[in-house]
Design a protein around this ligand. Structure first.
Ligand SMILES: Nc1ncnc2c1ncn2[C@@H]1O[C@H](COP(=O)(O)OP(=O)(O)O)[C@@H](O)[C@H]1O
Ligand SMILES: [Mg+2]
Length: 371
């Protein structure tokens, strides 16, 4: 995947700028608070359908304006046809997305067209942090690879929200028909099992790739392994078995936990509680790995996210690195840049000495302007 051009209008602190990108390494440099991350945020918008840091789209609109606009030209590789995506983000009403001039009916239709992997400082805690970080790592990656995954997630989250509301009603004494609980358990189990099957399959491939990157990065003898932990999955199950059997297991657990769930007001079972178990030489990396090893593992997971996209979709995504290089020591920094050598990357940085001048496109940003 290559992004050739991006334009911004009233996006964050950028009034009106157009940026040509090189198919190799692009470095967006400048002082603090000039708009470097804003530029990356605009690009990532097309991969995810939302910002990686704003919780509301409205925050993306330049202060005092009514609408932000973004547009990218991209192609699968250097020789294939160029496509254009545009996004209009109004302060009121719905976002408008077009691809090659045709209006898309939902964000879901856009996601997967332009694929990117983001490295942000928060990803350095993928191993140490809570399980929700690791679930969203899987969900963000899989949504870009399989359109149906996004559907399953939306169905699951809708049913989860409805069951939570019903749990509250039941706790306040309202009588709920038992078939209502069965309907929600059924929806959660069916969509949950499809999600679990994809996550499990993804992790099996990812684990291999993580091992490879990790051993190259650390030239160590320790071998990592990543295993998907879910009620829906037991050892030895295949993808099809998880979809079929996993949904029965989930259904039963959700039905059986009803009394407890009403008492505590939470959904105690389901794939929204799943996690990735990360081990180093068979020992829990969260407990036993050094801080440096945990970082190397997290970076290996992000690099592997790119490998998996290539394996499944046939080409590498664009790699976006926001402020991570300055957080790394020289060894890890040059390892990452070496791995991404033949890919398109867009990096934000306050310093340029990390980069070889040859073949690198530098873009200097000051006060929201490219200079
Ligand atoms: N909606 C907005 N409208 C105008 N300016 C904004 C908006 N959101 C953020 N900014 C400004 O953008 C700047 C931060 O940009 P950012 O890209 O995060 O900086 P950096 O170059 O350090 O990565 C700040 O000056 C902030 O005030
Ligand atoms: Mg920044």
């Amino acid at each position: 995947m290559i992004c050739k051009r991006i334009s911004y209008k009233n996006f964050r602190n950028i009034e009106n700028e157009e940026l040509e990108l090189s198919p190799g390494v692009n470095v967006i440099r400048g002082e603090n608070a000039q708009g470097k991350s804003n530029m990356l945020e605009g690009l990532y918008f097309f991969a995810r359908g939302r910002s990686f840091r704003a919780s509301k789209d409205k925050e993306l609109i330049r202060f005092g304006e009514n609408e932000a606009q973004l547009s990218i030209d991209y192609s699968r590789d250097e020789s294939s046809l160029t496509s254009t995506l545009t996004a209009s983000i109004p302060s009121q009403g719905k976002k408008l997305i077009t691809r090659n001039g045709a209006r898309l009916s939902s964000l879901k239709e856009m996601i997967g067209s332009f694929r990117a992997v983001l490295f942000a400082p928060s990803h350095l805690t993928l191993v140490d942090g809570g399980p929700s970080l690791r679930r969203s790592f899987m969900d963000i990656a899989l949504s870009q690879l399989y359109p149906a995954y996004l559907d399953s997630l939306a169905q699951y989250n809708r049913a989860l929200g409805q069951r939570t509301a019903l749990l509250k009603e039941a706790a306040s004494g309202k009588r709920i028909d038992s078939y209502m609980w069965e309907i929600y358990a059924d929806q959660l189990a069916a969509s949950g099992a499809r999600i679990a099957a994809r996550r499990w399959e993804y992790l099996s491939g990812l684990s291999e790739s993580v091992s490879q990157f990790f051993s190259e990065m650390t030239s160590g003898r320790e071998t990592p392994s990543l295993v998907y932990k879910s009620d829906a999955v037991s050892e030895g199950m295949t993808y099809e078995e998880i979809v079929a059997e996993g949904s029965k297991i989930l259904f039963e657990q959700i039905i059986l936990s009803l009394e407890k769930d009403i008492k505590y007001g939470i959904n105690s079972h389901g794939i929204h509680r799943d996690d990735i178990s990360i081990r180093l030489n068979s020992k829990d990396a969260r407990l036993y790995a050094s801080q440096g090893q945990r970082r190397s593992l997290a970076l290996s997971m992000k690099l592997s996210e790119g490998e998996m996209a290539k394996r499944i979709c046939g080409e590498y995504p664009v790699f976006l690195l926001d402020d991570v290089l300055s957080e790394l020591d020289a060894g890890r920094r040059s390892f990452i840049l070496g791995c991404l050598n033949q890919r398109q990357i867009v990096v934000t940085s306050c310093e340029d000495e990390h980069f070889d001048r040859d073949g690198v496109k530098f873009i200097t940003v000051k006060d929201g302007r490219i200079i």
